[in-house]
Ligand binder design. Structure first.
Ligand code: RP5
Length: 161
C-alpha cells in the first residue's frame, strides 16, 4: 500500500505474523492503507512508547495489536494513545491462547481495548472492525465493506456437502 497508513497493525513478535497477517490481508482486500510492525511490550518497550505516542500524530486512526502469552501490548498501547485499540489474542503453545485472551480482555475501567477472538478469527475480525470504524466517515469504504459482506453471504451454500 502506498497511501499513508490509517491502521497500524502491531504484534509482539515475528512469530505472531502467521496470525496477524490475516488482519493485514483483510484490510488489503478492503483497500484500507495500513502498516505492520513488530513492537514488543517486554522486549522493545521504548519502541512501544514511541509507536503509541506518535500513532495519532502520524495519521493512524485505529491500532490493531496482537500478542500472545503475557499479552500486554494492546493494553499498554491503549494506555498511551487515545486511538481505538483492537486486541487480538494470539494462540500460545502452553495455554492455547487463554493466557493471551485474559491478558488482553481484562482491562481496568478507563482504558479500553476492544478484544477479539483468539487467533485467525480475531485477526480477520479486527481488520473488519477497523474498516467499519473508518467506514463511518468514508462512504467509499462503507460500500466496499458492504460488498465484502454481501459476497460472503453469497458464498454460503445451503447444502452441507
Ligand atoms: C509475545 O510472546 C508475543 O506476542 C508472542 O506471541 C509470544 C512469543 O514470542 P516469541 O518467543 O515467539 O518471540 O510477546
Amino acid at each position: 500500500m502506498t497511501a499513508a497508513p490509517l491502521v497500524g497493525i502491531i504484534m509482539g513478535s515475528r512469530s505472531d505474523w502467521e496470525t496477524m497477517r490475516h488482519a493485514a490481508e483483510t484490510l488489503e482486500a478492503l483497500g484500507v492503507p495500513h502498516e505492520c510492525r513488530v513492537v514488543s511490550a517486554h522486549r522493545t518497550p521504548d519502541r512501544l512508547y514511541d509507536y503509541a505516542h506518535n500513532a495519532a500524530g502520524r495519521g493512524l486512526k485505529v491500532v490493531i495489536a496482537g500478542a500472545g502469552g503475557a499479552a500486554h501490548l494492546p493494553g499498554m498501547t491503549a494506555a498511551m494513545t487515545a486511538l481505538p485499540v483492537l486486541g487480538v489474542p494470539v494462540e500460545s503453545k502452553a495455554l492455547s491462547g487463554m493466557d493471551s485472551l485474559l491478558s488482553i480482555v481484562q482491562m481496568p475501567a478507563g482504558i479500553p481495548v476492544g478484544t477479539l477472538a483468539i487467533g485467525r478469527a480475531g485477526a480477520v475480525n479486527a481488520g473488519l472492525l477497523a474498516a467499519a470504524i473508518l467506514a463511518t466517515t468514508n462512504e467509499a469504504l462503507a460500500a466496499r465493506l458492504a460488498e465484502w459482506r454481501a459476497r460472503q453471504t453469497a458464498e454460503v451454500g445451503e447444502e452441507p456437502a
